[in-house]
Each structure stands twice: as C-alpha cells, then as structure tokens.
Ligand binder design. Structure first.
Ligand code: TPP
Ligand code: MG
Length: 746
C-alpha cells in the first residue's frame, strides 16, 4: 500500500516533467529567478536537487522496509520546502529539527563538503552502526559538524532547550565565555502544526517571549511546518496564524506559495531574527504527502479525492514547474537531476542496508553514562589557590568561619556554590526565587550579589523552561546549576530530564553533551511545613532514567564534597547529575539530643570531594554483625538508631551511607555486607518503587549474600500534614525495631 503511493508520486513527477514545456527564455546561472529575489537559477536547481534527494530517501526507506531492511518510514515527503531553511541558515546556526527535515539536511550538508547526507540518511534509516550521529540508536536528524543536535520522537520536547540555547548564546557572550559559535548565530527549531498545541511548545514559545520582555537577546527562529494534520486529526484552518500571529514579543511570518515566495519570506524571517536578536515564528506551509508513517492506513481518515488533491499539490512538482516556467531550468535538466539523484539514493540504500548494526549491549550503552575517573579526579583537583580564595572570601574563609565554627548544610552548600562559581566562570545558577531571595531555604543567598545577575538569576515559574535553559546552556559550553524548588514539582517537567537531557549523549554517540547539576530540594520530615508537595519522598521516577547520576547528602560537609563530585563529573564527562538536597536537614544542627550540635560540620578544604560510587561508613566502636544501609534523613536516623541499639540493647551495627542513589554503589554494598549476618535497608522513600530498598535487597540476594535481608520503608502514600506524616514515614524507632527483628532471625 505505502509503496504504491510512493510510486504514484514518482510517476506524477516524471509525467509532469515529460509534459512540461520549456521556457522560451532561459536564465543565466546567477540570474534571480524573479526580479528582486536572491534566489538564483543555479540556487533554485540545487534546492530542487536537495528536495529530490530527500524525497528519494523517503521512497527508499519504504522500499527497504518492505524487504525488512529499514526501520523507519516517517517521511519528509511534502515538507521539502524546509530545504530553503537548510540553504539559508548557516552551519553555525544550531538547528533542532522536526522529523520531516530531510530537505533541510540535504541542503545544510552542502555547507560541510565531507558530509554525504544521502548515505548518512540511509544509514540512519537502516539502523546502521555507521550512522554518523546515532550509530543506529535511533533514526534521528543530526550532525555534529553541521550543528544539528539529534532530537527525540517526543513532539515539542525540543522547544525549551532550543530557546535555552538562544538565551545561552547571549549569556555566554556577556560572561565572555569563549564561544564556539559566531556572535550573530541564531537557533532554529522546527515542529509540526499539531505539535504547536503541546504544553511543551507553549512553554518554549512563552519562554522566548518572556526572555525578550526581560531584556535578553532571544535569537530563536521557530518554524512550524504546517501540513494541516497530526496523524489523522486535522488542524483547524488558519489555527497556527490565529494562535501565534500577532503576539507581543514574537515576530510572525507566513511562508506559502511558489518556491521563490517562500524563499523571500524565509530570508526576511532569518534576517529579523539574526539582526534584531528576537524570537521569530515562521509558519511554513507544507503538505503531508503520504500517511503519517509507512504503517499508517491513510484511507481510514482521508477520502480518495482528498488524497488525489494532495498529490496534485506535491511541492516537488510545483517547484519543478516554477523552475521551468521562470527559465531557471529546462525539463531535461530536472529529469536528469531526478534520475541521477534516484540512482544515488538507491545505491546508498543498498550500501546502508548491507552495513551492520551495533552488535553488543556494551556498544549500545557505551555513550549513555560516560565516566572517566582520571578526568573527574583531575577536575576535582583543579582547585583555586589561596590567593584566589582570599579574593573571594577575604579573611572569612568558610573553613575558618567564626562563631559558630561548625555550620549547617545550608550554610555549607551556600559557601560551596560560591567557591565553585568563583573558580569556574562557566557556572551559572538559576531557578525560581534563587536570585534576590536566595532560594526558599536560602541556599543561594548572597550568590547574586557576589556574582551578578548574569550568573545568578530568577527564571519564570516553569520547570520545563528551567530544564530547557539548562540544556541549552550546557550545549553552549556553560556549566548550569538549575534549581528545582521541590522534588514534587519536577514531575510536570520530568521529560526534560528523562527524554531529553539524559538521552543526548546516547542518541548522538557522545558527540553532543549537556552537562548540568540539577539541585533539587526534596524528601520528607520537614517540621512545620508539611504536606506531600513539600515532603515528596519518591525518587522512583528519577532513578529509572538511564544515565542519570543522583547524589544525596546527609550532613553539610559531605554535601559540599558530593556537590564537588557531581560538578566535576558533569564538567569532565558531560553528565547530567541530580543533587537531591534533603530539605529537613538544611538547618538541622543536632543528632542525638537537642543542643548537641552533632549534625553541624566543618567546611571541607578545597579539593576534598566524594566521587560516584564512594559510600560513607559509620562503624561502631567494636565489631558489628549487622549492616544498616541508608541515606539522607534515613542516615541521620540510622546513626541515632546505632547509638540506641548499642547502648540500650548491646547490639552494635555498622551504618553505610549510600550517598549515590543512581547508579547505586552495589560494589561497596556487597563489600560491606560480606561477613555480616544481616543487612537492614532503612529507606525513607515509598515502599514500592519509590526508593532504593528493593534494588539493594535484590542485588544482595542475587549476588549470593547469605545473611538475613530486610528493610524498613515508608508507606505507599502521599505524605499528610502535621504529625500524621510520621504515621507513613519511617522513624528512628522503626529502624531500631527492624534491626532487632533481624537480629532475632539471623
Ligand atoms: C508528546 C507526544 N505525544 C504523542 C506523540 C505521537 N505522535 C507522533 S507524531 C504525532 C502528530 C504530530 O503532528 P504534527 O505536529 O502536525 O506533525 P506532522 O507529523 O504532521 O508533521 C503524534 C501524535 C509523540 N510523538 N509525542
Ligand atoms: Mg502536521
């Protein structure tokens, strides 16, 4: 079925060219196709060749699919006018592309003579390990030399990061950060008409407008490839113009008509964006010539007449006729182009299908979570000298802070962030209320005053935007530390981590990176500020994100060392790290008794850091037969339990602080569990899937640990207000009881 439509389209083009009457007057190569246009006859012929190349890869993908040799049939057929953008934009204008961008890529590739876009496209369609961008991990449009980061299939998810990059280009320049891209680069982001309704698209466009309203340069070109339909659902006529035209802080352009008309409007749109550094929205009229994908049975929602009418509007035929009518080309020239290109694509398809795919699981996951310990250690060891620190702190070095000498986690984190910002000029800190106020818990207090509004700033209230900004900044060479105000509020935007940030290295075979350390206040046990949304105790939805590094501290000194470990890993390996700060411990001072000050700590000297996989061990005075595994609030409670168990029950236990919740430090856990008669996991997160107990217990069981295994976990519940919270959360007494129970059965 689907290949029939392909053949029909090809025949239609062939017949149109066979019947076309040449213009009596032919243009010279450099003549404009129409007076006043910058599109020359030669330029128009090259454009047509790119469009035919794109169409032919679509045809080849469906034919190869029918033979079981290709894996992707969502085509660009009917969208080939996007080649005009590929021609006019520069290879240094980062482009975040819609999946129907074959024409764009063919044209863009002319700017990198070593790139063979036809073969690359066919390699991608065939899932080949030789696909230069994803090595067969996904069919994506992407190219490192052409500044096209690969995008995921989640529609609209790329708008926030494209906007983030447009923002970051200007910001990096203001910070005098050495830029890879020229000063007048703009960012382009394309998407479909149905996708333009998505919350993430609205978030992206809003962020661009808001950024401009706030006085930031926002050189972002949104391109809506409007084919009037999303799979089977028609977009109301003029909807895109009605919803995006006439908005303040967004210039709107509508490109429709003959190829030279579209060319001119695209030119104006790009020029406006580039010269004025403002968000521009371009509606590009397109057709979706075939079904949504090869498997889509279009006749279920389109009549035969509608399909025929669509075929009559095929932009390839329309462009060919325009070129012939204007004298930019003869029918024979275009026929030649068509047959040469089709042959080239068919050959490339056969070649691509014969190349192999990735062959081992190791090869597949190799770029997912790169970790180069030497490089991370070097990044950690790169510390500011005494003079540099004196310039920041004067006499008041945080490690010498006067009364009280020991300080809370919030105070140490604040100083730790200041040290990092001072030493790493590429670090920027942003989020809701982090600037003037210094964060809800004052962790970023004073940073804006010290480092200025360019490096420490408040964003609008939108987590999707915050994480989009972080991705754009990371791709621009900055090292962003975005803050998510509460763990419960990441879920509305979690796809920006799950689908986007954490997947970039995977789908680009490590060629693009968006390093970041997301600071996130979370977990439960806040006194006086209750309710689930400020005490969310589930990390299940984050722990399953491939490649995401998650660290959680418990005490102030360790918090700084862990933060350094996260930043060094992000900087050296391009990783996305999540730094989960237990809110209830920000200002905690005591451990066993009120006033003992035992949870205060000294600021760690520069260079002291905790790296991924390194756990904390808290041993009793004598030998122990039971290991308690915990983290964050649970660690503090486990240490309380440790004393009670030893002093009141004569039961010494060793306590292991996981510190890293993803990946879990299994090696260290197994090592410490060895020789112990029981392991008790004290997991403050929810019982089922919300925390880490299941994984720790399962790993020990599978690795042959023969002692008793048990856990203490929170109820599967939202966290209620006030004292009722303690009914569903684990308490010190529960850990004591859990250990006693284990001791009885071992
Ligand atoms: C967030 C999300 N929801 C649903 C889908 C499934 N889906 C893929 S394409 C598509 C329609 C997109 O239509 P449009 O934006 O108009 O682009 P077109 O395919 O017409 O070019 C849908 C619903 C998806 N990829 N992502
Ligand atoms: Mg559409």
């Amino acid at each position: 079925m689907s290949t029939d439509r392909v053949t029909t389209s090809e025949n239609n083009l062939d017949e149109a060219l066979a019947q076309a009457v040449p213009s009596p007057v032919l243009l010279g190569d450099d003549d404009p196709i129409r007076p006043g246009s910058t599109l020359t006859a030669r330029g128009a012929r090259l454009l047509f060749a790119d469009q035919v190349a794109s169409r032919s890869t679509d045809a080849a993908s469906r034919r190869l699919k029918a033979r079981g040799l290709s894996y992707y049939t969502i085509s660009s057929a009917g969208h080939e006018q996007n080649a005009i953008l590929g021609t006019q934009l520069r290879a240094t204008d980062p482009s975040f592309l819609h999946y129907r961008s074959g024409g764009f890529m063919m044209a863009r590739s002319r700017k990198a003579p070593d790139v063979d876009p036809v073969l690359d496209t066919m390699l991608s369609i065939c899932g080949s390990k030789d696909d230069p961008i994803s090595q067969g991990r996904h069919k994506v449009w992407g190219s490192h030399p052409l500044w096209v980061p690969p995008q995921t299939s989640t529609i609209a998810s790329h708008l926030p990061k494209a906007v983030g990059m447009a923002f970051a280009l200007g910001r990096a320049r203001r910070l005098e950060h050495e830029a890879e891209l020229p000063d007048d680069a703009i960012v382009m982001c394309s998407f479909g008409d149905a996708s333009a309704n998505h919350a993430t698209a609205l978030s992206g466009v809003n962020a661009a407008r808001y950024g401009l309203r706030r006085g930031n340069p926002m050189p972002i070109l949104f391109v809506c490839e409007d084919n009037g339909i999303g799979i089977s659902v028609e977009t109301p006529q003029r909807w895109i113009t009605e919803s995006y035209g006439g908005l303040r802080y967004l210039r709107f352009f509508d490109a429709e008509g003959e190829v030279d008309d579209v060319w001119d409007v695209v030119e104006q749109a790009i020029h406006t964006c580039r010269s004025r550094r403002v968000p521009v929205f371009l509606r590009l009229a397109t057709e979706r010539l075939w079904g949504h994908a090869g498997s889509d049975i279009e006749t279920a929602y389109r009549t035969a007449e509608q399909i025929r009418a669509l075929e009559d509007r095929d932009p390839l035929i329309r462009n060919a006729m325009r070129l012939i009518a204007t004298g930019a080309a003869t029918p024979e020239q275009l026929q030649d182009t068509v047959s040469t290109v089709r042959r080239r694509v068919d050959d490339a398809g056969e070649e691509a299908a014969a190349r192999g795919q990735l062959e081992t699981a190791e090869a597949v996951i190799q770029p997912l979570a790169p970790y180069d310990e030497d490089a991370v250690r070097a990044a950690v060891a790169d510390v500011p000298g005494p003079e540099a620190r004196a310039a920041l702190w004067g006499e008041d070095l945080p490690e010498h802070a006067s009364a009280p000498v020991k300080r809370t986690m919030a105070a140490h984190l604040s100083a730790g962030l200041a040290d990092e910002m001072h030493h790493r000029p590429e670090v920027i800190v942003f989020g809701e209320d982090v600037g003037r106020k210094g964060g809800v818990y004052y962790v970023t207090a004073g940073l804006q005053k010290r480092f200025g509004q360019s490096r420490v700033f408040d964003t609008q209230l939108d987590e999707t935007t915050i994480l989009g900004l972080a991705q754009g900044a990371g791709m621009s060479g900055l090292l962003p530390i975005p803050e998510i105000q509460y763990l419960a509020y990441v879920h509305n935007a979690v796809d920006q981590i799950r689908g986007e940030a954490a997947s970039l290295q995977f789908f680009s075979s490590g060629q693009f990176q968006n390093p970041m350390v997301i600071r996130m206040a979370g977990l439960a046990y806040q006194k006086g500020f209750g309710g689930h949304f400020h005490n969310d105790n589930s990390i299940g939805g984050l722990r399953d994100i491939p490649g995401l590094l998650i660290a959680t501290p418990s005490r102030g000194d360790e918090a700084v060392k862990l933060l350094r470990g996260c930043l060094a890993t992000a900087a050296a390996c391009g990783r996305v790290a999540l730094f989960l700060e237990p809110i209830a411990l920000y200002h905690a001072r005591d451990l066993h008794e009120e006033g003992d000050g035992a949870w205060l700590s000294d600021y760690p000297a520069p260079g002291e850091a905790i790296l991924p996989g390194e756990v904390g061990i808290h041993s009793p005075d004598g030998p122990a037969e039971i290991l308690v595994v915990s983290y964050a609030n649970g660690l503090r409670m486990s240490l309380q339990a440790q004393r009670i168990l030893e002093q009141e029950h004569g039961l010494p236990v060793k306590v292991l602080d996981l510190r890293w919740l993803n990946p879990l430090p299994f090696e260290a856990i197994r090592r410490e569990a060895e020789g112990m008669r029981a392991v008790v996991v004290a997991d403050e997160c929810r019982r089922t899937g919300g925390g880490i107990a299941e994984a720790v217990v399962a790993d020990l069981a599978e690795s042959g640990y023969s002692g008793r295994l048990s856990s203490v976990r929170a109820e599967d519940s939202y966290v209620p207000l006030g004292q009722a919270a303690n009914l569903v959360l684990i308490q010190t007494a529960d850990i004591v009881a859990g250990v006693q129970g284990a001791a009885l059965r071992m």
